[in-house]
Design a protein. Structure first.
Length: 221
């Protein structure tokens, strides 16, 4: 359990670090963080606090879709939301140590770094097999409620999140703000990069986590 917890926390940290690099790139953030960033731009409040606010909204929508409200699960998701929100503020401060990218070449470099760092974070976060963040739990709720396969539900939740974030930015800051070409690139390539990393590192990672021989790993979901 200790290994899984360490991997889970590190996964969330790298996920937030990757998002912070995408914010600094200023080409549009990944779909999962588009709404928190849009709220941050609109209110002037820290991205960490707005991450918590967005996740509370995801919890509410997920509860409506599933028609259930399990206190233990909700409390767990709130704890995760505050942890991830804290990581967002911390990693954004860390990334801001570097000079803000001014040229298109540097912006693209920051965006590429963000794609790989987010993928590393997701690899750890998913393989730890601990509670999902509210956004991912909402995707499962959409899948179950509308009888979609998970991949389609993921696309649906991403599109809805991006559309709401875009609307918030247009209404309050009169620009797309959080949405840009980087959002589209992230939506497409993070999954590809994660798939490549999974093929290379999932088995040794599971061997380390579960201390089981390779032939038994396929039984672990």
């Amino acid at each position: 359990m200790a290994k899984r917890l360490v991997l889970y926390v590190l996964g969330l940290f790298f996920l937030s670090l990757g998002v912070s690099f995408s914010i600094q790139a200023d080409l549009g953030v990944s779909p999962v963080s588009s709404l928190p960033y849009a709220l941050s731009l609109s209110t002037g409040m820290k991205i960490g606090m707005m991450t918590v606010a967005a996740n509370i909204l995801f919890i509410i929508v997920g509860s409506i879709l599933t028609k259930s409200f399990i206190v233990k699960e909700v409390v767990g998701q709130l704890v995760i939301s505050f942890l991830f929100g804290g990581f967002m503020d911390l990693t954004l401060l860390l990334v801001q140590i570097f000079p803000a990218p001014q040229t298109m070449g540097m912006k693209i470099t920051f965006l590429l770094i963000s794609l790989f760092v987010v993928a590393v974070g997701l690899l750890g976060y998913f393989n730890a097999k601990l509670p999902l963040m509210p956004y991912d739990a909402l995707t499962y709720a959409i899948s179950a409620r509308f009888k979609m396969i998970f991949s389609k539900a993921k696309i649906t939740s991403d599109l809805l999140n991006v559309c709401v974030a875009g609307a918030v930015c247009l209404i309050f800051v009169h620009s797309l703000g959080a949405i840009g070409v980087g959002t589209v690139i992230a939506a497409y390539f993070i999954g590809k990069i994660l798939g490549w990393m999974t093929k290379l590192y999932e088995v040794p990672l599971k061997e380390w986590l579960w201390a089981k021989p390779q032939e038994e790993l396929s039984k672990i979901n």
